[in-house]
Design a protein around this ligand. Structure first.
Ligand code: PMP
Length: 319
């Protein structure tokens, strides 16, 4: 049996005694290391406001999506939708795919991913390294094109379990169960603002819901690209996208639009001035967090930094 979201330090990864070599056992130690990421200080433009970044590249698969990837996988195995006879299939712009590929390899399940052809080379190579099958979709159609291809393939329900992260409640629940309680504990309940970019929106929906239950006064800030031409990998401009079923525009108290130039500037500044080598969506989220910090009197602003910069070395971000 798979234990959901187990965090025990010694849940077994070891090959069972008296069992055939390489038999997989419950929740490998590797997966137990998902979550409990550190909060790192970020320079604030306001001395009375602290900004703390949730450093999600500390997850074993290197991004925030390890949380959702693991929860989606484990929920589907537990309720029987995913079996060893099936292949887990989903559309992803990269990080969720890497998370599925890692979890699949660790648990011994097959994974197939649809990604737009123009996602960074690193992402494609990493999922292949984990042994997942990669199907590329039209780069001009972006993540929505990948969703359409995945939906088409998913018609074959005997072959595939369609994980559908955009409509799967296990996605936001992962953050409700892990990201939010971690932030609450790490700030000893003193967090006043929570800032996150939205792709599937799982991070903001799950963390936001739980934080509001813990303290209704916590302000939730949603970050999106400023328009459909501002491409920030991992984030969606909802007005012109297939809107995720799990997304609720009413959850955030405030929406901040960030253009690509501001995200680039903040990503470069974070590396050089803070020692934080992060991805472009983290740069966008930091830009929004610093904007909030400059506007408010006092508080603790927690911002999600979804992944690290090394995943973007081949992109224009570091040319
Ligand atoms: N940033 C990056 C780099 C991502 O890969 C994602 C996931 N699409 C996000 C932000 C947004 O996370 P979520 O899907 O939970 O909204």
């Amino acid at each position: 049996m798979i234990h959901l979201l187990t965090t025990l330090p010694f849940t077994l990864s070891i090959v069972k005694m008296n069992a055939p070599a390489l038999e997989k056992v419950d929740c490998p130690l590797l997966l137990a290391r998902i979550g409990n990421t550190p909060l790192v200080p970020i320079t604030s433009p306001n001395a009375r406001v602290q900004i703390l970044g949730k450093a999600e590249w500390f997850n074993p698969g290197g991004s925030v999506k390890d949380r959702a990837g693991r929860a989606i996988f484990e929920t589907a195995i537990a309720d029987g939708r995913m079996t060893r006879a099936k292949i887990l299939l989903d559309a992803t712009s990269g990080n969720t795919g890497i998370a599925y590929a890692m979890v699949g390899a660790a648990l011994g399940y097959r994974v197939a991913l649809v990604m737009p052809e123009n996602v960074s080379d690193e992402r494609k190579k990493i999922v292949r390294a984990y042994g997942a099958e990669l199907i590329v979709s039209d780069p001009l159609e972006g993540s929505d094109g990948a969703i359409r291809v995945a939906r088409e393939l998913a018609q074959d329900a005997t072959k595939f379990f369609y994980a559908d992260q955009y409509n799967n409640d296990a996605n936001w629940r992962a953050h409700y169960e892990t990201t939010a309680p971690e932030i609450w504990e790490q700030t000893r309940g003193r967090v006043t603002h929570f800032v996150a970019g939205v792709g599937t929106s799982g991070t903001l929906m799950g963390t936001g819901r739980r934080l509001k239950e813990l303290n209704r006064a916590i302000q939730l800030i949603e970050v999106q690209p400023a328009d459909e031409l501002q491409v920030i990998e991992g984030l969606k401009y909802m007005a012109s996208s297939i809107v995720p079923g799990i997304y609720d525009a009413q959850i955030a108290d405030r929406h901040i639009a960030i253009d690509t130039d501001a995200a680039y500037r903040e990503t470069h500044r974070a590396a050089r001035a803070e020692g934080l080598f992060v991805g472009l969506s983290a740069g966008a989220a930091i830009a929004a967090a610093r904007q909030i910090a400059a506007e408010i009197e006092t508080g603790i602003v927690v911002v999600v930094l979804p992944d690290g910069g090394d995943r973007y070395l081949s992109t224009a971000l570091w040319q």
